[in-house]
Design a protein around this ligand. Sequence first.
Ligand SMILES: [Zn+2]
Length: 176
Amino acid sequence: MMGEVGCKVIEDLLTLYIDGLTSEESNGLIHQHISNCNQCKEYMEALKSDEISMPNGFDEEELAIVKKESKIMKSIRYRLLNIKIAYVVVGALLALFILREERALQSIIIYPLLGVASYGLVKKIWLPPIIVTVVFFIGSVVFLGEGMPIGIIAIICGVLTLIGTIMGYCIKKIWF
Ligand SMILES: [Zn+2]
């Protein structure tokens, strides 16, 4: 009778089994089935690897707390990234205004510097250049509204920022 249990039943049980919620009897069924069925065994391994790896000796309550905390950490990390992106946007706006005020070619060096700083902040190579290009383009249209080839300059600033983020990436690889 025990051998009659189908894969579907085992699949349903496995999620509970991983969380330690199944009875001894169910565990027996699962162990027996797994030893004969590679498909379900792989499914169990996949489920296990999705779980947070936990040192032995955690009880259910602690497990629930850790899971909840990891969820909170995820949302904090997500919010932190949003804040960092906001800083990059502010940096891009500042650079635009500096460039507008100075009107000197050498002030364009602010973009590679912004790139390095932005990489240090968000740890992403492509995001800051895209932000800078978009901010420059929209900012120029809104605040400057001049007959400059704004699109081309926006892309140049984006490329300069990209050089900065790549430099930031290299600095991180070499020194850290
Ligand atoms: Zn199976």
